[in-house]
Design a protein around this ligand. Structure first.
Ligand code: FMN
Length: 296
């Protein structure tokens, strides 16, 4: 059983079952006495989200996957919307970094924010790989540039293009042709001329977020974990930028998979470059959603 209830502590208030996405704990009444039990029909549906244990007023619930781990008490925080919104509006993608490395204790603090990101299935299966040594970053870039150069050639070949469309789908093909490759054409040129490394933006650290291939919402989990890290980095004036060019190279190039020690059943779905910002933005870019409307 993934969830167990200490009947001596439980007051059968029923809140655990109410917050549970699948109503696994349920209050039953026998002989005029109420008790919380685990539904035998649904116990196997437990997502291990921990909500039942986190909400229980009498600490009566234990979730197996968290055994031995503390559930820290929730605190009153000073954060409010008047502080959070300006902080979010001031977030910018930072693509130009100073050369000095980001100390690992700072990277670890940033990654701490990713540990608590939401996950689609409740359980955390997202993994992180940090690359902060110049040699590995250089090897990874070199292999990624080679992959994109080969991809560019394939896209110019009608037969290979058809093959890519079949494998990756129309949407991905269009993104490659209309968005990725026109910029990549220049990136490859500047890289070969030794001017800059635009794929990695000459970053001192790269953080990869990977997930099991068959995790139901693994890609979204990785993106959310990355965004948590991005927000945490901003609190420490560390610049970050999502990088969509790196995950395909990590997944498809066997030498990169080997360099990363990426298990066969995992793929990288998000990555962020990271470093001390070379420049600071002075104004907020005005931007709104395409639409906000209530249906009625
Ligand atoms: C899912 C996602 C993927 C992105 N991939 C890249 C990328 O590969 N390279 C890059 O330079 N910026 C990338 N960005 C950053 C966007 O280009 C950036 O958000 C946009 O330019 C707006 O700037 P802002 O983040 O400062 O608001 C990505 C952003 C998102 C949300």
């Amino acid at each position: 059983m993934t969830v167990s209830i200490n009947q001596e502590l439980c007051r059968a208030c029923g809140v655990c079952g109410h917050v549970c996405p699948r109503h696994i704990p349920e209050v039953v009444e026998t002989g005029g006495m109420k008790a919380t039990v685990i539904s035998s029909q649904r116990s196997s549906l437990c997502m291990e989200c921990g909500h039942c244990a986190a909400v229980c007023p009498s600490c009566a619930i234990e979730v197996k996957c968290f055994s031995g781990r503390e559930f820290d008490p929730v605190q009153e925080l000073e954060m409010d919307g008047d502080r959070l919104l300006p902080f979010m509006r001031q977030r910018r993608s930072v693509r130009r970094y100073r050369e000095n490395p980001v100390p690992r204790e700072i990277i670890n603090r940033i990654i701490n924010a990713a540990h608590c990101s939401p996950t689609g299935t409740g359980r955390m299966t997202t993994g992180v790989i940090v690359i902060d040594d110049r040699k590995s970053l250089a090897t990874l870039s070199e292999l990624a540039y080679r992959m994109y150069e080969g991809l560019g050639k394939s896209l110019n070949n009608p037969v290979a293009r058809l093959f890519i469309k079949r494998r990756a789908g129309e949407k991905r093909l269009r993104a490659l042709q209309d968005f990725v490759m026109p910029g990549m054409h220049w990136y490859i040129r500047w890289y070969k001329e030794g001017k800059s490394n635009e794929i990695l933006r000459d970053c001192p650290a790269l953080v990869l977020f990977h997930s099991p291939v068959y995790e139901p919402v693994g890609e979204q989990n990785c993106l959310l974990a990355a965004f948590h890290a991005i927000m945490m980095a901003q609190t420490m004036d560390i610049g970050t930028c999502f990088n969509d060019l790196i995950p395909p190279a990590c997944n498809r190039v066997p030498e990169i998979r080997k360099l990363l020690g990426l298990d066969d059943d995992r793929e990288v779905y998000a990555s962020i470059t990271m470093g001390y910002p070379k420049y600071h933005f002075r104004r907020i870019v005005p931007r709104d959603l395409a639409e906000v409307r209530y249906l009625t």
